[in-house]
Design a protein around this ligand. Structure first.
Ligand code: S3P
Length: 451
């Protein structure tokens, strides 16, 4: 893919494809519910198609017409019985999707049969011990080679409820345990200390009538405040139609591109603004970008609104000597998927941008610390790499270069944005992987780009 520099981004995007995280949950939870759920603005990502295909293999009846998906849930059976999935000896292919394998594992742990979950080359290198440990504590048996997929799950019904203190910040792990908790005998609790990861599972279960108890407990002494979520096993899920908001993580590429190109003016309608995901907007603001949200409202138990952004040649954090130039600590979980594209923005920020406490980036679809640093350096940026992040110097003008996606959709999109704001043409190797989360990316970007 050849990317030429852009002058500015301009226009109105009436909607983005549905949020990937919310769509996965909509599919999985509607499959568990009793009755028919109509999901509109279903994510067009390959990842969410992987979730649907796995569910079909498990006997769930699913109709798909573009971005509308109708799921006939298998229901929770009569009191205390597991849902009526169809056991399959085929390995379920989760493709590139960490959310699919980790959340589906939680569902399958509580079924009275054995299943095998696998995925593509990238997914088979990613860490699964983080879900194996709690699911085994709950009574399922999981076998794998050194904690990587393929995962063989010998389910057990009912599972034993646990109180699980999260050793890492991961919404996929939290969701895995909560979904397993639906098939446990009693109350399952997940505790997050100091860091709250995205809460779409909690909201979606609630939308389906499950009484999810979620609350913050204040700090005692030096201890960080904790957030506890609890579900009761055997809860009945009732089908409930869902309109999925536009994906804020997809919007990030457009927002950053517009922020970096002077004269840009872009409005994106109907984007999900869940506070556990919208940290990006706060960071853009703190870095001096002109961004605002309007018409906020609730749709299917998720906040949604329109985002307006304007561009500038360089960004000046309004507070001097500023903390704004460092992203670290509890804010990282809410920005995790946006860090590669924020590093690109960092090259335009007075004082640059430092990202720390983000070691999790090393185990995403690629090692996003090394793939980001490599591509930024190829464009002439000065970057220091740390085990848990990097420091990007700014403001500098990037140069067009030969860039590599490394099979990672967010790296491909982040460096397309960098290429738009660079001097000279760039070439992105492997850019077709954008379809993993945002197949319409290039077309949509083109429709608002002025050269
Ligand atoms: C996701 C959680 C995050 C995120 C991923 C989607 C989710 O992963 O990076 O893109 O939908 O719960 P982790 O839970 O591994 O941090």
């Amino acid at each position: 893919m050849i990317i030429r520099p852009a002058r500015r981004l301009h226009g109105h995007v009436p909607g983005l494809p549905g949020d990937k995280s919310i769509t996965h949950r909509a599919a999985l939870i509607s499959a568990l519910a009793a009755g028919r759920t109509r999901i509109t603005n279903f994510s067009t990502s390959q990842d969410c198609t992987s979730t649907l295909e796995c569910l079909r293999h498990l006997g769930v009846s699913i109709e798909r017409d573009g971005s509308t998906v109708i799921v006939d849930g298998v229901g929770s059976g009569s009191a205390g019985l597991p849902p009526r999935f169809r056991a399959t000896t085929d390995a379920l292919d989760c493709g590139n999707s960490g959310s699919t394998i980790r959340m589906l594992a939680g569902v399958l742990a509580g079924q009275p049969f054995t299943s095998v979950l696998t995925g593509d080359d990238s997914l088979r290198t990613r860490p699964m011990k983080r879900i194996i440990a709690p699911l085994e504590m709950m009574g399922a048996r999981l076998t794998s080679e050194d904690g990587r997929a393929p995962l063989r799950i010998e389910g057990h019904h009912p599972l034993t409820p646990i109180r699980y203190e999260m050793p890492i910040a991961s919404a996929q792990v939290k969701s895995c345990v909560l979904l397993a908790g639906l098939h446990a005998e009693g109350r399952t609790e997940v505790v997050e200390r100091g860091i709250v990861t995205r809460d779409h599972t909690e909201r979606m279960l609630n939308w389906f009538g499950v009484d999810v108890k979620a609350g913050k407990e204040g700090s005692v002494g030096d201890a960080a405040p904790s957030y506890t979520v609890a579900v009761e096993g055997g809860a009945r899920l009732s089908a409930h139609d869902i309109a999925v908001p536009g994906d804020i993580s997809s919007s990030a590429f457009l927002l950053v591109a517009a922020s970096m190109l002077p004269g840009s003016s872009l409005k994106i309608a109907r984007v999900g603004l869940n506070p556990t995901r919208a940290e990006l907007l706060k960071v853009l603001d703190a870095l001096g970008a002109e961004v605002r949200t309007v018409s906020t409202r609730e749709v299917s138990n998720e906040p949604v609104g329109d985002i307006e952004v304007r561009g500038a040649d360089r960004l000046m954090p309004p507070t001097k000597g500023s903390e704004a130039n460092t992203l670290r600590g509890s804010m990282i979980a809410g920005l995790i998927d946006e860090l590669p594209v924020l590093s690109v923005l960092g090259t335009r920020v007075e004082g640059g941008l430092v990202i720390r406490d983000a070691k999790e980036l090393r185990v995403k679809e690629s090692d996003r610390i090394s793939t980001t640093v490599e591509n930024l350096r190829a464009m002439g940026a000065e970057v220091e790499e740390y085990e848990d992040g990097f420091a990007v110097q700014g403001p500098v003008r990037l140069r067009g270069a030969h860039l590599k996606a490394h099979g990672d959709h967010r790296i491909a999109m982040a460096f397309t944005v960098a290429a738009l704001a660079a001097e000279g043409e760039s070439y992105i190797e492997g850019a077709e992987c954008v379809g993993v989360s945002f197949p319409e990316f290039f077309q949509l970007l083109d429709s608002v780009t002025e050269r």
